[in-house]
Design a protein. Sequence first.
Length: 103
Amino acid sequence: MKGKEKMKVKGNTDVKKLAGAIAGFIREEGKAELQAIGAAAVNQAVKAVITARGYLISEGINVAIVPSFHVMTMEGQETTMIHMDVVTNREGIKKENDEDGNC
């Protein structure tokens, strides 16, 4: 995985595969970038980040999402895309969570 590759998430994206990719980016580069358009895609992206956190928490790596809106034009129509930077936070791991990072 190299550079500033952004992962585009769709409503039917496989959560576990995306979570593995996110975890790989976090391990190698310290961050991952996701783009999603529509509620279903945003839902899949958030579930994948939660799953990736479960993979990484045992390694002492916690993650956080920094979301933003990006307006773009698709087929002549303005569309709002959700951009998510997934960043590390190695100090903020909450011990009350289960080993997989879930409450």
